[in-house]
Design a protein around this ligand. Sequence first.
Ligand code: PGA
Length: 256
Amino acid sequence: MRIPIIAGNWKMNTNLTSAAELVNALQTELTALVATGKVQTVLCPPFPYLDRVSALTRGTGIGVGAQDMYFESKGAFTGEVAPSMILDFAEYVIIGHSERRQLFHETDELVNKKIHSALANNLKPIVCVGEPLETYENGETDVWVRGQVHAAIKGLDAEQVRGLIIAYEPIWAIGTGKAATGPGANAVIGISIRGALADLYSQSVAADVRIQYGGSVTAKNIDEFIVQPDIDGALVGGASLKADEFIAICRAGLPK
Ligand code: PGA
């Protein structure tokens, strides 16, 4: 049984006051949802607010995640954040988000190093993959996404792979208001991503890994994704900054 997991990626938004207000507005509802044991939720604030968000959610069952990390454990890496520093406040870490790949030139190789390091430090990686518009329009999504999955998990053993959360986020759907369709996202997740995991490991590994959809998910369209057999939740950007909207998305994660 794969329990759906809904994660809110706040990106570079909120301030100390509004981050706390957002958690306070989410807390009662999300705590009740998580207590059912049928859905998990994760909040991923900017680094400086991890401390506050983690303190405010302590004991609620609501998960906390960072939006990135560096793979080294300490040293002369100005501006970077080590896995152990994140682990003081959070259990999850987003790795390889397309904004990191595109704007900050993160390569498949760097993403792979970060995943190894996160797992070695007991963090749960949320690994992002997804194709750009041109690739989608050329009908090359399958090759692209399989390639990203192969590169990301290179050198991991089956047990480590089972501990990953993968997020399929087509770049053309992120922040555009143009979400994929439920069946379209389900096909990429079921055929390309689970297919790659089955080729590299086994059918059982492919069937155990939780895979989210991300890209313009809202309270209005979440049901379209959550009913799909291969989709296990969502990675939510813009809509995770509005308490009512995010609560509705998380509620949709409960089995119907
Ligand atoms: P969006 O972002 O929901 O605003 O499209 C999703 C993401 O980048 O994770």
